[in-house]
Write a protein that binds this ligand. Structure first.
Ligand code: CS2
Length: 478
């Protein structure tokens, strides 16, 4: 990236780095002007505080292949902010031991797919590109995404270039295989030769990524200005914990050792890690998000501070989800999660997590419900979570304050929730049997639907907190 000149005084950019280093802030100590080896689609907070910092570590170690061409799918504001900052942004990493700022330097170029699709295709087809990574959210896995990728791959084939490692880093089950299926279908529409080349030359590892990275708030940007002495429009906060577990399936097999040296876990089968993460972390998140939105607890830290919520989440993980998991250290992962949820520095908005619930729930709850029913485990907490989501869909909290819901199905879901608001059984019939969200089997499981109805009825009569207390009393044998 060509450095912005120092006349951008007051803004984070390359010229500001020496002053930041003098403040003992960790800054990139490597040249940032070469040809990027990674194209990343989805420039959101998560990527910048997770994979981009792994690539930063590799660059810091002198491996110049991990500079990133960062593509925002639609948001021009973020890409333009990063461009004005030479791709630099600060991350505040906070744990119980305190917090520290570091500046990430792996993003060397930025573009917006909606504004300059040809440039994105060109970057995928660039000779220096070895990896394509994605964080485009659950709803991003659509044929248009695959068409964009496949245009780049087609140009690689035409130019006689090698294939890529194409790593989905979204919270989906078998994310690599899902992306591979989409790309192969798109390649097939171009022709069988391209589909064969993609199948034979590109690797689509499954991967599980984990780090809690809330969307930035004005407070975080103000804290960044204070700590850095310059403004940073792309600053973020996160926790110290991070985990990236990736399947050993690379276009260049030697990448396994390279990534492992930077703290990435390379395994033959990601499934046990993925299931533990989606069902324990994300499943608990969505449950707390719905409860918090309805009860008026604005952030996850505040939810988990409520003894009734903490004990609910502990019970959900311990009695219903954990015993189904193959990840052997799940009790330790659970205990770490309870502490991570309580991190006061994160201020993770429940509404941010509740957004797109129709896309998130299928990975987070139904597999656990079905597994528990099969194994004879209880599903009372999961039923409560489902009921809390149905109450959330009405669009206003228990104090009567309305809130916005961002979800591709928001209109349809809110209309159903409001139409049956006074009748728990009718609500569950309308919202608990939607095939796009709930598994077919679950949609017809009368025992499950009856449990959800009971919980929704209790939430309606007693409020979220009252119903939680009652649930716990019931489970305690009263
Ligand atoms: C969250 C995730 O917004 C959400 O849906 O559950 O972004 C979560 O914070 C990450 O997956 C943590 O790794």
């Amino acid at each position: 990236m060509i450095p912005n000149s120092a006349d951008m005084a007051g803004r984070l950019n390359s010229a500001a780095l020496p002053a930041l280093a003098a403040r003992s802030i960790h800054v990139p100590g490597y040249p940032r002007s070469g040809a990027p080896g990674v194209v990343h689609l989805g420039l959101g907070a998560f990527f910048r505080a997770h994979q981009a910092l792994v690539f930063d570590t590799l660059l810091q170690r002198g491996d110049t292949r991990w500079g990133v061409f960062g593509v925002a799918m639609r948001s021009t504001a973020l890409a333009d902010s990063l461009q004005a900052q030479d791709g630099l942004y600060a991350v505040q990493v906070a744990s119980s031991a305190g917090s520290q700022w570091q500046v990430g330097g792996a993003i060397w170029q930025t573009a917006v797919a909606a504004r300059a699709p040809a440039w994105v295709v060109q970057s995928i087809a660039a000779p220096s590109t070895r990896w394509l990574t994605l964080t485009v959210t659950e709803k991003g896995y659509r044929p248009e995404l695959a068409q964009l990728i496949v245009q780049g791959l087609s140009a690689r084939l035409a130019a006689g270039l090698p294939g890529l490692t194409i790593a989905s880093c979204d919270n989906l089950v078998g994310n690599g295989r899902q992306l591979q299926a989409l790309c192969l279908a798109a390649a097939q529409t171009v022709g069988p030769a391209l589909a064969d080349w993609v199948a034979g030359n590109c690797a689509f590892p499954n991967s599980m990524v984990d780090r809690i990275v809330p969307a930035a708030t004005p407070q975080r940007l103000a804290a960044a200005r204070e700590a850095l002495g310059v403004a940073d429009e792309a600053a973020l906060g996160t926790e110290a914990f991070w985990e990236w577990v990736i399947e050993r399936r690379f276009a260049d097999a030697s990448d396994a050792d390279t990534l492992a040296a930077a703290g990435v876990t390379v395994v033959d089968d990601v499934a046990p890690f993925e299931a533990a993460k989606l069902r324990l972390l994300n499943g608990s998140h969505t449950a707390m998000a719905c409860m918090g939105a309805v009860a008026g607890w604005p952030v996850i830290g505040e939810c988990i501070m409520q003894p009734a919520v903490r004990s609910f989440i502990h019970g959900l993980m311990t009695q219903e989800v954990g015993p189904q998991l193959a990840r052997p250290d799940w009790p330790a992962y659970r205990d770490a999660l309870l502490a991570r949820f309580a991190n006061p520095a994160l201020q993770h908005s429940v509404h941010q997590i509740a957004n797109d619930s129709s896309q998130k729930i299928p990975q987070r709850w139904p597999p656990s419900v079905l597994g528990a029913l099969r194994a004879g485990l209880p599903v009372d907490h999961l039923a409560f979570a489902a009921a809390a989501w149905m109450r959330y869909l009405r669009g206003s909290d228990e104090l009567g304050q309305s809130y916005a819901m961002h979800d591709p199905m928001a209109g349809e879901l809110q209309a159903l929730a409001l139409a049956h608001a006074g009748d728990a059984a009718a609500s569950v019939q309308a919202l608990g049997r939607l095939p796009a969200i709930w598994d077919e089997v679950l949609s017809n499981d009368q025992r499950w639907l009856a449990l959800v109805t009971r919980r929704l009825d209790a939430i309606g009569r007693l409020g979220v907190l009252g119903a939680l207390v009652k649930l716990q009393a019931g489970l305690d044998g009263e």
